[in-house]
Design a protein around this ligand. Sequence first.
Ligand SMILES: O=C(O)CCC(=O)C(=O)O
Ligand SMILES: [Fe+2]
Length: 423
Amino acid sequence: MISRYVYLLDKLMGDIHQRGNYDELESLQRLLNVSAHWRDEHDMGAVLGNVFKLQYIFDLEPEDLAVGRIGKTETGISLPFEHILEIAEAAIEFKEFTASAAWLRLAKDKKIPGHEQVWAELVRRHDEAFTDESKNLHLFEHPLATHPDAAPIKFRNLEKWKDATLAEMEADLTASHYATLALCRAGDTLRGGWKLRGCWYDYQYIKGPHGPLLPVRVEQLTDDPDGLVMFRDYIPTQWVKKLKEISLPEMPFQEPPSHWQQGEPSVAGFEDVDVARDQNVWIARKLELTTGLSVVGNIASEKLRVTLYSLVGQISPHHDAYSIFSNSAEDSSLYLDRISTMLIYLNTVELGGSTVFPVAGVAVAPREGDAIFWHSRWRNGTVDKRWLHAACPIPLGVKWTASKWVKNDGNAFSRKCDINSQL
Ligand SMILES: O=C(O)CCC(=O)C(=O)O
Ligand SMILES: [Fe+2]
């Protein structure tokens, strides 16, 4: 795992070196400083804990991980036999018995002479530690001990959770997490193929194959035309670069997540004027033109937030307009003012990192320049629960997004009632 992050870092650094921006390089080193921050045993435990989590969520086989294959990518980083045993040992310690069994099986298959005794000793420890109470697994920080499906991970079938209803998800947070995970697993297979709804021509700032005009394809991701939509190629490459460049120096380093914890992404916020400096990058105005809402100015929208996910970064299922996790009225009213969300992807993620909507049953795999948009509320102002969503963890690569939350303030009379609807 550590080698994987070094691999990632190398890739990112290579990219930045090519562009010759050394300020950026320094920020990145500070952000993802693997060698300085991931060196003691405690960190190693965190790293391994996350190996098990990713292994489970994405159905990764130890056989593949051991030869450095993650999804379709060959990282070239294979694990020596000793590491396979170390991983199995950590799995026993963490009571991740399905994982430990899988790694021990792999070690047995490899049959390295001289290690038979170590292997046998680990098998003994595995069997000794295994009890029925070994079901206290954690996913997205929610204990599953009391849930009927909290069997050893290998036997849990996520497929059926794809059809969980909103009522089930609301009654049981575990159900919403499983439904989310099922979509996270499927996410990579659902790239593209949506219904075309329309198309705009946007002015390009640098001449491209279509001359001065750049087509932006609008696709409908759900049956309801007023629902979730995708804007293909919403922002051009030079905007993407600019957003990454201005954000990196602003981003704080995030501690590596510990065993089964949610990895927090790094974020930086910008006023539109900051983004627009030097270049014609005016995201808020573009949103106004494409959504018909008022977006420019801090009354109409929150600052643009650029987010960098690394180190298994993810976000649990939530509504942007309020918190489903808190019983405190104060917390759950935190974001009441958010009426709509535009989420722009600043890179194409190698594996995982999809934005998933468990109620709508939609998974969107991030592709550079694309953006998704939805209204958090029905036209009558109540929260539209179809758009419960989560950011899946990332087993390979990093994920960059820019999000803009449009506010109620400044948007009175922006959306008309629908006379045919109860809502
Ligand atoms: O990054 C994503 O895919 C979703 C992020 C999100 O939901 C949020 O920041 O509110
Ligand atoms: Fe969100």
